[in-house]
Ligand binder design. Structure first.
Ligand SMILES: *Cc1c(COP(=O)(O)O)cnc(C)c1O
Length: 374
């Protein structure tokens, strides 16, 4: 048996949608993109949305549209996908890393407060692994301090905090439809959601060469558009999202329950007031109790046919590229205790909607066998 950690769930409806676009002859941003933007905004509960070329471009276009740039500091979590930070660098601003919460692994509110300076312009809470950040406190702080909040919701399609969806709290929410996310457009693409029409219009100008009309390049923009095929697939996937999320939840809860008594596995609790959508089913390995490092464990599981994710293995401030930005901030001096503890010890278990009961039980059995050997 081999259990893959992630599989996109696409079927005949997506195939038909693609064929329709191919036959229509209209491939670049057109009617499907508009329709997907409207449907996505409606689903998230914002007034507007803009389809873009990736989750990464969604972040940097939003920052650029908000006027975040040189001299501004933007607080981001130390453990996330790197583009949360690289998007900040891309607009010329300085990413400042905050620690993560020791329970939920989302950005830690107290650490955000500690990292605030007069230069802090924005904060990017990342709704990690399908959970959500402490939005009550983050939004209150943002209001007090006039901070811009851009939610990186690339891992949280459909997640909720007190019944309100990820991507509808801040100035904007940014989304990725990369193949392994909770929903995909199969091709690379992303989205920006916001209640602010001016912001969304600016993102739409920036995504298309900074053009305000056919012949006038008013801003420095490049080509970050979403294509019609992406949008057509996205529309179908959006219709399936709640159902797919509910299976992810079932699968994840099944694994969490049955693995909860393993002494060397820490199963992170779900944050307060959060409806989790389990982009990952994360577990943290206590290497000392296990007597094995996470890498070896992952290899052993893989050899037994259980694929796992192993990310993010270092706090982001250790990425080599940041050496080139030491004139902005000396990242080599950063050291955040929870990020240091968790980095490299997180495994994501397979929890995608195509898992069978047999496979779920096989994952549990395989992990339990490891326990008994040590
Ligand atoms: C996937 C992801 C991104 C980047 O999205 P792409 O579409 O791959 O550019 C950004 N932030 C987080 C937290 C992600 O998980």
């Amino acid at each position: 048996m081999y259990v893959k950690v992630a599989r996109p769930v696409v079927g005949i409806e997506e195939e038909e949608a693609v064929i329709q676009v191919l036959r229509s002859g209209w491939y670049t941003s057109g009617p499907s993109v508009k329709e997907f933007e409207q449907a996505y905004a409606e689903y998230i509960g914002t007034k507007h949305a803009a389809g873009v070329s990736s989750g990464t471009s969604a972040i940097y276009l939003t920052l650029q549209a908000l006027g975040v740039g040189e001299g501004d500091e933007v607080i981001v979590p130390a453990l996330t996908f790197f583009s949360t930070a690289s998007a900040v660098l891309r607009v010329g601003a300085t990413p400042i890393f905050a620690d993560i919460d020791q329970d939920t692994y989302c950005i830690d509110y107290n650490s955000i407060c500690e990292k605030m300076t007069d230069e802090t312009k924005a904060v990017i809470p990342v709704h990690f692994y399908g959970g959500m950040c402490d939005m009550d406190r983050i939004m209150r702080l943002a209001k007090q301090e006039s901070l811009l909040v851009v939610e990186d919701a690339a891992q949280a399609h459909g997640a909720e905090y007190r019944g309100k969806k990820a991507g509808s709290f801040g100035k904007a929410g940014t989304w990725s439809f990369f193949a392994t996310k909770n929903m995909t457009t199969s091709e690379e693409s992303g989205m920006v959601t916001s209640d602010n029409e001016d912001l969304i219009n600016m993102v739409k100008v920036l995504r298309s060469h900074g053009m305000v009309d056919r012949n006038t390049h008013q801003y420095l923009g490049f080509n970050d558009r979403m294509g019609e095929i992406s949008a057509a697939i996205g529309l179908v996937q959006l219709g399936k999202l709640d159902h797919l999320n509910s299976i992810r939840k079932q699968n994840s809860e099944y694994l969490r329950e049955r693995l909860s008594d393993i002494p060397w596995l820490r199963i992170p609790p779900i944050g307060k007031h959060v409806k989790h959508v389990y982009f990952w089913c994360p577990v943290e390995v206590d290497e000392q109790k296990l007597g094995m490092n996470t890498l070896t464990l992952r290899k052993t599981l893989g050899e037994s046919g259980v694929e796992t994710r192993h990310r993010y293995v270092e706090p982001l401030y250790k990425q080599p590229i940041l050496e080139q930005f030491k004139h902005l901030h000396d990242y080599s001096k950063d050291c955040l205790p929870v990020a240091e503890r968790v980095a490299g010890k997180m495994l994501g278990l397979p929890n995608h909607p195509l898992l069978t009961q047999e496979k779920l039980d096989y994952i549990i059995e395989t992990i339990k066998n490891i326990t008994s050997k040590n």
